[in-house]
Ligand binder design. Structure first.
Ligand code: AMP
Length: 526
């Protein structure tokens, strides 16, 4: 049946789902994982570096400053700052103080912030100096406010750390205590805060360290944002649990990537990192020869990108699958086949099943259904949203991902797309990924997104939005002709439209909502 335990697969690992070594808190786990404090933890592009010892001292000073500002164990610390080394130290300091870290994208507007701050009720907020007065007046004295500039070098938080002791008694946390609340990007309704425990973070990071073979000799090239789980936890905590090191780029920038790649051994990125690097002639076999592994996630990696990357560099990208609410769920194997278009096996300790979304019955292997999982990585629920929490967990504790997928005969999981992106046309289900796959294989196509758009006859009309290669003549009729012999009639797009680019968010996810909105009148009067 379509159910797998991470330990049933060929991932010969011990699941980290018992109390982690050295105590339950993330920081206690870091200390026991990185006993050699003289090693470098982090380096920025200006060449500044911090050893583990220096990181311990610096996070203690920041934690002492936050405590002095009124942050108590169990309080929320909301942080809306640009990426910097200090920003990551603030997250660690927050957890040392026993408080709950609440990162917010710098792109959020004041109106959006108002919702998050009212929902989370932080006792302390850290913002860029330019936003202090507007956010300060919104908080109306209900929370302390501190500032940190975009370089992470100035602001009242930094001033406040001067003279603070460089040690602190880490507030003990049980495995069940919250380490962070991460608001999910929720495209419908309001964002919900996923409540992540220390145990969720520690167990997942130890598992990833072992699975992806991170050791203290690794140097990770870190170009991801740190308000999202990928850069904040997946990348950073895997490094920390190995006592390894990372080069912290302020953002993805091909110049910076090629400048720093030679000093690194690993990179984690979203698929757009890989497609952009492929477009750069500096990406050669020699440039990547010293690298140990390239890892991709947060959005589907096109099989084409996987193959091109392998041809250019000799490296098979290791694709994995995860969510804000669950940390990492599944991964292609380190040693076995890293399969294009698949996300591999459930992680050790994760029970995963594919079920009929309506009945909840497990489906046979190969059939498409809702992906559900249970394991030490899954969050406790949504902050102050008991109803949404109850809707997202089954009675037996399985978390409903909202992603559709299937388990192949050899146990590899394939993601087909979000359930809400499923197109229902004339009563038939069309899985966009299946159609996108065929479109992407047509010569001259760069990428595609298949969406359902209101249709007077069919309910929804299958609609293909395509980006074609520059200087290539590709018309709607050519695409439809090519698809006709590959897809059943009901799956064929009713219309094909061309665009220069697909709208994506910062994590590289195609914004299908936006596309549905743009093309919502396509079939009006048709
Ligand atoms: P987020 O909570 O922002 O990390 O988004 C999680 C969602 O991203 C998942 O529910 C999937 O829909 C999608 N996702 C993450 N990794 C992959 C992947 N490797 N392939 C396809 N979709 C992915």
């Amino acid at each position: 049946m379509g159910a797998l335990k991470g330990t049933d697969t060929n991932m010969d690992q011990t699941p980290h789902n018992s109390q982690p070594p050295g105590g339950a808190s993330l920081f206690a786990a870091i200390r026991s994982a990185a006993p050699d404090g003289s090693r470098v933890f982090i380096r920025d592009v200006a060449g500044h570096r911090l050893t583990y010892h220096e990181m311990y001292a610096e996070t203690a000073r920041i934690a002492n400053c936050l405590v002095a500002a009124g942050l108590r164990p169990g309080d929320r610390l909301a942080v809306q700052v640009e990426k910097s080394v200090t920003a990551i130290l603030v997250a660690l300091a927050c957890m040392r103080a026993g408080a709950i870290f609440l990162p917010l994208s710098p792109a959020y507007t004041l109106a959006e912030l108002e919702y998050f701050l009212a929902d989370a009720e932080p006792s302390c907020v850290v913002v860029q100096p330019g936003k202090q007065s507007s956010i300060g007046s919104m908080l109306a004295g209900k929370a302390a406010i501190l500032t940190l500039d975009s370089g992470g070098k100035r602001g009242s938080l930094i001033d406040g750390t001067r003279g603070m002791p460089d040690s602190i008694h880490d507030v003990p946390r049980t495995a069940d205590d919250l380490a962070a609340i991460l608001y999910t990007s929720g495209t419908t309704g309001r964002s919900k805060g996923a409540m992540l425990t220390h145990y969720n973070l520690v167990s997942n990071a130890l598992t990833l360290r072992d699975l992806w073979r991170f050791t203290r000799d690794d140097v990770l090239l870190h170009a991801l944002p740190v308000y999202h789980t990928h850069g904040l936890f997946t990348a950073t905590n895997t490094v920390l649990m190995a006592g390894a090191s990372m080069v912290f780029l302020p953002r993805f920038d091909a110049e910076l990537i090629f400048a720093h790649l030679p000093g690194c051994t690993t990179m984690m990125g979203v698929p757009t990192f890989y497609t952009r690097l492929l477009a750069d002639p500096r990406l050669t076999r020699e440039a990547a020869a010293h690298m140990r592994v390239f890892i991709s996630g947060s959005a589907p990696l096109l099989p084409e990108t996987h193959r091109e990357w392998f041809d250019r560099t000799g490296h098979a990208i290791l694709e994995r699958y995860g969510m804000t609410e669950t940390n990492m769920i599944a991964s292609n194997p380190y040693d076995g086949e890293r399969r294009a278009g698949a996300v591999g096996y459930p992680l050790p300790g994760v029970d995963l099943r594919v079920v009929d979304g309506g009945t909840g019955e497990a489906l046979p292997d190969g059939e498409i259904g809702m992906i559900e999982l249970r394991g030490p990585n899954v969050c406790k629920g949504y902050w102050r949203k008991p109803e949404q929490t109850a809707e997202t967990f089954r009675g037996d504790g399985f978390f409903v991902t909202g992603d559709l997928g299937r388990i192949n005969a050899d146990g590899y999981l394939e993601i087909v797309g979000r359930a809400k992106d499923l197109v229902i046309t004339g009563g038939f289900n069309v899985y966009p990924r299946e159609v996108e796959f065929e479109i992407d294989a047509i010569p001259g196509v760069v990428e595609s997104a298949v969406i359902g758009v209101p249709h007077p006859d069919f309910g929804e009309g299958v609609t293909a939005v395509i980006v074609r290669k520059r200087d290539v003549e590709l018309s709607e009729s050519v695409i439809l002709e090519a698809l006709r012999e590959r897809l059943a009639k009901f799956k064929l797009p009713k219309r094909v439209v061309f665009r220069d680019v697909l709208p994506r968010n910062a994590m590289g996810k195609v914004q299908k909502n936006e596309l549905r909105n743009i093309y919502r009148d396509l079939y009006v009067n048709s």
